[in-house]
Design a binder for this molecule. Structure first.
Ligand code: SAH
Length: 359
């Protein structure tokens, strides 16, 4: 069920929040209005969660008309809106060109975490992941990334705020830094949603040059590296792009990320029963990470209908954690959210795409 007050028409107009404060100020002036109107407009969007330009009551009617003529607010169509028993919510958005993307809101006692997508599909081809199964269609624009965030924000009750953002949805975020960075800047910016860089986590398959580029931005984003295997032979099988990169190059770039930003890097490791979950895998992983200030986030495989990989049993998972901890590596097992609604990213889109073109 979509929020009925949000316009669902598809239009090719630019999203107004694609302009930063400076850009919107300049546009206001070009229309014959003072610069400060831009701050007011942004307050309506980011602070008061309006769904329509007409609701911006202290904006002169002529400026509202100019905004409506030139920009859109929420042009994507909500193709599906699921709410899980644990109140995790997932939106499947249909973009102007008919492409589908997913984004998720997760509720915990003191946190409201959103998970957003950066691409339509993915080119990385990780063998256990639903997002890459149909390949990469295209990058998302900054506006499309921000629309996910603002729509999820509008699912919250008055007084509730987004506290954390994880860039772990569909796509490889570092392959689309050009669109992602301005979107995150808007989140940080005064007058934006006010989400600090330390509460934003970017998850990557591990693209060394892009990790360095991110480090040089001078922001304190958290970096999560999807390692999934402790040696190249196994990682090449699970994460095919590793063939041209190699674990050493990724760890070196992640070390630089830590040196420059001071942020502890998280290593993600999807647990696949009988594939990468043996105690010796944990020992190998621990030895590689031992000299580093690192944290391991174990993700039990989230079943994908067409794939045979399954998560290990709980005792087996605990054993993996214990081996890592015996080497002094902090490890946590990711809690499953929204289990009854396929909340893991990529699965809803995959199901809808398969409906369109049965194979
Ligand atoms: N491209 C980014 C973001 C991917 S999604 C990256 O590679 O990090 C975030 C995490 O979920 C990644 O670690 C990814 O490998 C993992 N993941 C993908 N499919 C999964 C599945 N079916 N079960 C558990 N984790 C999965």
């Amino acid at each position: 069920m979509a929020n009925p007050t949000i316009s669902t028409e598809t239009t090719s107009k630019r999203r107004v929040y694609e302009l930063d404060l400076g850009g919107l100020s300049a546009w206001c002036e070009s229309q014959g209005f003072p610069k400060y109107r831009a701050e007011q407009i942004r307050r309506w969007i980011f602070g008061h969660r309006v769904d329509d330009f007409s609701a911006m009551h202290d904006i002169p009617a002529a400026l509202r008309a100019a905004l409506t003529a030139e920009f859109s607010l929420f042009p994507a169509r909500v193709a599906n809106h699921q709410v899980a028993n644990d109140r995790t919510e997932k939106l499947l958005l249909e973009l102007g060109d008919g492409q589908l993307i997913e984004c998720v809101l997760m509720r915990e006692t003191d946190r409201r975490t959103i998970c957003i997508s950066t691409q339509v599909g993915c080119a990385m081809g990780c063998v256990f992941c639903a997002s890459g199964m149909l390949g990469l269609k295209r990058n998302l624009t900054t506006g499309e990334i921000l629309e996910q965030i603002l729509r999820l924000d509008r699912l919250l009750a008055k007084g509730e705020q987004i506290t954390n953002v994880v860039v772990m949805g569909i796509g490889e975020p570092l392959a689309n830094l050009k669109s992602l960075v301005p979107a995150l800047d808007t989140l940080n910016e005064k007058g934006g949603l006010g989400i600090g860089a330390r509460r934003i986590t970017i998850s990557t398959v591990g693209l060394p040059e892009k990790i360095r580029e991110l480090a040089k931005l001078g922001k304190q984003y958290n970096l999560a590296v999807s390692l999934h295997a402790p040696n190249d032979e196994l990682r090449n099988r699970l994460v095919p792009v590793n063939d041209k990169i190699g674990i050493d190059a990724i760890l070196a770039a992640a070390d630089e990320y830590f040196e420059i930003t001071g942020r502890r890097v998280t290593y993600e490791y999807v647990l696949l029963s009988g594939v990468n979950d043996e105690p010796f895998h944990a020992r190998q992983l621990a030895k590689r990470l031992q000299s580093r200030i690192a944290h391991v986030n174990l993700i039990p495989m989230n079943g994908v209908t067409e794939l045979e990989f399954v998560a290990p049993t709980a005792p087996r998972t605990d054993e993996f954690v214990q081996v890592l901890e015996s080497f002094g590596i902090p490890a946590t097992v990711r809690k499953r959210k929204g289990a009854d609604i396929d909340a893991a990213c990529g699965q809803l889109r995959l199901a809808k795409e398969r409906e369109k073109t049965p194979s």
